[in-house]
Design a protein around this ligand. Sequence first.
Ligand SMILES: [Zn+2]
Length: 185
Amino acid sequence: MKKRITKDSSINIRTNKSRIDGDVIVGGHNSKVVKQTVIHDNSIKYDIDKENNFFFDALSPYLIRKLGKTKVLGIGAGSSILGFLSMFKGIEGPSYSIFLWMGFFLLIFGFVFIGVIKHYLNTKCKNCNREFAYEEIGSPQRREVQTSDGLIKQTTTRQYRCKYCGDIQKIKINKTIDPDSDYRL
Ligand SMILES: [Zn+2]
């Protein structure tokens, strides 16, 4: 993963504003501003890899054209529900019972079909309505800021362009991470 650490401009703007307002700023980095909460000037921004959708890029158009949306959704939902039920039955019985394995495979099968529908909806152009139209472009970026309560706010930005009409969609995904439990670089 390529990492590029940059100073966060939005924090700087806030610091400058504080200066104009006449607040006293104590310290430079990780500045503590009087009359305000502690500002952690430690945001980082870095490029991440594009999504690897090879599996669904190949499978989704094939299944949607072969079966149609309704059937794919029906198989996905039905298989997932049966999988759950079968797994519950398997858990009650002796270990490694056939129901447990059957449930496990039905569940995976169901999730793949639901993934196909999700991929279909995500890649349908909002402008020209063509199917499987959006492709990821540019360098996706991730920005992380540590909040005063120690959590990390992560924003991932990805851009997609319709290969038919050129419509561009910018998607931002926000996530809050507790570094003590599940933070991984
Ligand atoms: Zn389009």
